[in-house]
Design a protein around this ligand. Sequence first.
Ligand code: ZN
Length: 413
Amino acid sequence: MTRDTSNVDGARLWSTLMETAAFGATAKGGLRRLALSQEDAAVRRWFVAACEAAGLTVVIDALGDIFARRAGLDPDLSPIAIGSHLDTQPTGGRFDGILGVLAGLEVVRTLNDAGLVTRHPIEIVDWTNEEGARFAPAMLASGVFGGAFDLGYAQSRTDRDGVAFGEALEAIGFRGDALVGGRTLAAHFELHIEQGPVLEAAGRDIGIVTGVQGIRWFDAVVEGQACHAGTTPMARRRDPLQGAARLAAAVDRIGRSEPDVSLSTIGQFEAFPGSRNTMPEVVRLSIDLRHPRDDGLDHMERSLRAEAADIAETLGLAITLTPVWASPPVVFAPACVGAVRRAVADLGCAAQDIVSGAGHDSVYLSRVTPTAMIFIPCLGGISHNEAESITPDQARLGAEVLLRAVLAFDRAS
Ligand SMILES: [Zn+2]
C-alpha cells in the first residue's frame, strides 16, 4: 500500500503492537499483563521510551497514569487526549486497550513525519488498571480522574494476595507526582476493539460509538415454604423455585422487548437448602438489565417489578428485588462524535453507529471532558480471551479514523 505522510503507517503500527505483545506473552498467543505487575512495568518503560523518542514530554500522576504530550501551536489550549489501557485480563488478548494507546503513538509519529503541528497539544494516555482483574473495580484510575472514586479508595484496593494498589505502584516505580485529575483535557478519544460481534456481522469496518449502555443490577429473593417432596400435594405447595423460574422467563422477555437494544441476564441462580427431596424455601437470583437510555431502563425495571408482584401473588410467594448497583447510560459529546463522523466520511469507510456494551475508560472521562470512541471489529467478537484477533488492516483503518477525528476536532474547537 502506498502511503503519503498524512496517512498512518499500518506496518509500523502493527510491528509496534507485536513488539509490545512480548511483555506478558502467553503460550497460546495472548497476554497476561495484570495491572502494576512486572509485565505491566516492562510495557510502561517501553511506552515511556517510545514517547520520548517521538519527542513527547511524559508526566505520570499519583495513580501511575502516563500522559505523553506533543506540544501544540497555542499554549493556552488544553490537550486533546488519546487514551486507553496497556493492562490485560489474566488470559487476555493483544489488542483490548493496547490498540487505543499504541494507535495514539502512531498518530503522533504520523504528525511528526508530516511536520504537522496541531493547535491543541496532543496527549497519549495509558490509564492504570482498566481491567479490574487484579484490583477491583475496573476503570479504577480513570474513575478517579473522572470523579467517580476518590484517590484513597483507589490506592487502598488490594489484590488477592493482599497487596495494595499503592504498594504495587510504588514497587514498580510508577507513582508519579502529578495530581490525579489535576489537568484539563479539551477532549478524549479512544480507539478500541468492539469486543462483540455486531460490526463483523454487519460487514462494517468502523463503529461510531455514540455512548455506553446503562446497567442496573438487582438481587432477587423468592421465598416460599420448604416441604417434603413426597407428602405435600401439589395444590398445597408454595414453591419458590417455580416462582423463580417464572421470574427468569419474565426477565428473558424483558430483555427481548427491544431487539438489538435491551439486554437482560440471570447469572446466578441458587436454591436453598438444596436437597433433592425437599422443596426449597428460598431461591436467590441475580438480575442484570442493560439499555442505552435511562427511560428504557426505567421501563425495564417497572416491567420487572410488575411481573414479580404478579408471580408472587399467583403462587403465594414473597419476592423482593433489591437494587445492588447501577451505572447510568453514557451519551458521548456531539462535538467528538461529530469529529469521528467527519473522519469516517473523509475516508468513505463502511461505518455504523453503535452503543458500547462494555465499560471503558471513556465512560469516566466523559464525566469531565468531551469524549468519543471508535470501534473496529474483532474476529468473531471474541475478547477477554487469548484468541482475540484483528487484522493489520483493521488496526490501520482504526488509527486512520482516530488521526482524522483528532485533526477534525482540533480544527473545529
Ligand atoms: Zn479495554
